[in-house]
Design a binder for this molecule. Structure first.
Ligand code: GAR
Length: 217
């Protein structure tokens, strides 16, 4: 099996979904497990709820705190060193809430993916659900993309849309978006692990075909 390292900062619901999809957790299943092991989970947040999911599944955890390093470059170097020690095929950002340095991103180019809670290129950055509500959008969603050195700017691989209803608040929207994330992130990870997904010259390819600005559609 191939090797995956996951980075989290929070509740880790996307991590949990990936763990489940890499294991035969059910007596029957619709599709085969993803042919990979999650060999480590890294976090910058010692109280990240998602650490519990990793521990339950006997996955190595590493806590790397920004406060222990003089600057971002040194912090990212330490992070990268731990990641490289596992020689992962894929590095998955799953609610990792820190900006990564150019050096870090370049070292992992083509095998670093992120999920961002908006229909990119709309609503890059933080508080996407609140901003979507304030803008009276009727449609929202989530995007899985390859990470490049810009902020939430790498080539999109797959998006899922959700409706926004007038009575929605940020909590319900978060929940509605996360439900979709749990459908699409394992699918993209499966594509990558099966060798179907590639990044070349900053263009994402699925089965050798270039994906457009909204990814697979
Ligand atoms: C997810 O909704 C993810 O899209 C978002 O954080 C949440 C993590 O949830 N990521 C970002 O905002 C990245 N800037 P989880 O910890 O339950 O998987």
């Amino acid at each position: 099996p191939k090797k995956i390292v996951v980075l989290i900062s929070g509740s880790g619901s996307n991590l949990k979904t990936l763990i489940d999809n890499c294991q035969e957790t059910h007596s029957f299943h619709v599709s085969e497990p993803i042919n990979a092991n999650i060999c480590a989970v890294l976090t910058n947040n010692p109280s990240a709820g998602g650490l519990e999911f990793a521990r339950e599944a006997n996955i190595n955890t590493h806590i790397v705190k920004q406060a222990d390093f003089a600057n971002r470059a040194l912090f990212d170097e330490a992070l990268l060193e731990i990641i490289q020690s596992y020689s992962p095929d894929l590095v998955v950002l799953a609610g990792y809430m820190r900006i990564l340095s150019e050096q870090f991103v370049e070292a992992l180019s083509g095998k670093l993916i992120n999920i961002h809670p908006s229909l990119l290129p709309k609503y890059k950055g933080l508080d996407t659900h609140q901003r979507v509500l304030e803008a009276n959008e009727t449609e929202h969603g989530t995007s899985v993309h390859f990470v490049d050195t810009g902020l939430d700017s790498g080539p999109v691989i797959l998006q899922a849309k959700v409706p926004v209803f007038p009575e929605d608040d940020a909590d319900i929207l978060t929940e509605r978006v996360k439900y979709q994330e749990h459908q699409i992130y394992p699918l993209v990870v499966r594509w990558f692990i099966d060798g179907r997904l590639k990044l070349e010259n900053n263009v994402a390819y699925l089965d050798g075909l270039a994906l457009g600005p909204s990814g697979y559609a």
